[in-house]
Structures are given as structure tokens and as C-alpha cells.
Design a protein around this ligand. Sequence first.
Ligand SMILES: NC(=O)c1ccc[n+]([C@@H]2O[C@H](COP(=O)([O-])OP(=O)(O)OC[C@H]3O[C@@H](n4cnc5c(N)ncnc54)[C@H](OP(=O)(O)O)[C@@H]3O)[C@@H](O)[C@H]2O)c1
Length: 238
Amino acid sequence: MTRILLHGAGRMARRVARQTRTCNEFELLGLVARSEPANVQEHDYYAALDEIDRPVDLLIDFTLPGGTRVAAQWCGRKGVALLSGTTGLSVEDTHALELAASKVPVLWAPNMSHGVALMTRLVRQVARDFGAGAKIKIRDIHHKHKVDAPSGTALTLGEEVKAGLAEPPTADLEFASVREGELVSEHTVSFTAADEVVEITHKALNRDVFARGALKAGAWLVNQRPGYYTTSDWLKSA
Ligand SMILES: NC(=O)c1ccc[n+]([C@@H]2O[C@H](COP(=O)([O-])OP(=O)(O)OC[C@H]3O[C@@H](n4cnc5c(N)ncnc54)[C@H](OP(=O)(O)O)[C@@H]3O)[C@@H](O)[C@H]2O)c1
């Protein structure tokens, strides 16, 4: 059984907590959050990681930038595997993850859904075979509470487009972000050539898709050597 601690108590962390109840391979030790969440009676609550004195196999971090850095430092010190889905990270946050990855397995992914992992592969292929000379647009639509724009997933899709383009990239790449209502997440990459358009879209219908992905990836991660992993590493070997 994998002993999991959740860092954060927001929309995503609560989804992950709920999902742990549906499978008996995980034991949820509790939530770590700066402010006490509602319904805390369902789970143990800790105000800071330094309060934890129980053995932990995996820390799942869905916080905001700054939180991830604290998580990385704690996991490195305590020898705990770290899976983070937090987006909008600074260079310093990413550096902290890399530093932790020299001591423990670390997986960071801006999107834990299987569909988006597949989309990133398809996007690279379309960029390679169709992208040169095309106008390429990456659009992300999210709920109004999301703080970072473009989304972490949109930026990763952009990296895949650049990787797929012929050298040197001749395409015109543009990002657009919409923040409105309560829509979970939608990403579209469109390649507009002179006479035709290729579009790839992924829509997350609810947050369970990310929560389930995080738990599956986490179950894989705890059995890996120290290192910095992506969802592609997980899906390749899962
Ligand atoms: N990878 C994926 O698949 C995926 C999917 C959806 C969302 N996300 C990302 O996951 C993150 C969380 O999203 P969400 O919707 O759950 O956000 P949210 O509802 O705003 O929750 C954020 C949580 O992080 C805590 N937090 C913020 N700063 C912190 C810090 N410095 N130290 C410790 N805790 C801190 C907040 O606690 P306080 O009350 O104390 O501020 C809150 O509990 C975002 O970056 C979002 O973009 C990723």
C-alpha cells in the first residue's frame, strides 16, 4: 500500500483525496495546507510539512508556485517521492524540483491526463509533417480561478510544436488564453496552412481525470530510482 500525503487542499487536492477512497492500494495520511480546509474531519490536517512525523511514500503536490518549492525541499530532505501537478512554476521552483530529483524520484507534469499525453505526441507529429510555413495557434480555455496564462499544458504543447518543426522553425506560433466561468480545461492546437487547417483539441470534462492520472503516475513513481520524470516516462513504461 502506498502511503500518500497531499500538499494543498484546493480543488485538485480534494479530488485526489476523494479518488484515494475508491482504490485500496493507497492510504491517505492527510492533507497539508496553510489554511484549514472545510470538511477537514474527513482527513488528518497538518498546517505545514514539518509537522509530519509518520513514514510517507509519496507526496502529491497541487498547490501554487512557492508551495512546490517547499514540497521539493521537504521531499529531498525526507527521502519521499514527489509528484507535482502545480503549474506556473518559476525558474527557482523548477530548480528546487531538479535538486530534489538528485535524491528522490520526482515527476512534474502540468497535465496528468492520458488524453493530453497522447495529444502532445500527436502535436509533435503534425508540427513535423505539416507545421512548416503554417500559422500555429495554441489556445487554452480554463475556469476564471486559474492564475497562470498561458496554461502549463499550453506551454508544454508549444515545446512539442517547436521540437516537431523542421530546423530552423519557419512557423508562426501564437498563444491565446481564455479565463471564464467554471470550465475545467480545454486545449486546441491549430495548424493553418494556405488551403487547410488541422486542429487537435482536448477537453477535460471534470477534474477526476487529473486526479486519477496523478494517482496512477504516483503508484508508478514510488518504484523508480531518484530522477526527474515526465508523464511520457510513466506512460512509456506503464
Ligand atoms: N497537472 C494537472 O493535471 C493539473 C490539473 C488541474 C490543475 N492543476 C494545477 O494544480 C494547481 C492547484 O490547482 P487547484 O485548482 O487545486 O488550486 P486551488 O483550488 O487554488 O488550491 C491551491 C491550494 O494550494 C495551497 N497553496 C497555495 N500556495 C501555497 C504555498 N506556498 N504553500 C502551501 N500551500 C499553498 C492553497 O492553500 P491556501 O488556502 O493556504 O492558500 C490551496 O489549498 C494549479 O497550479 C493548477 O494549475 C494541474
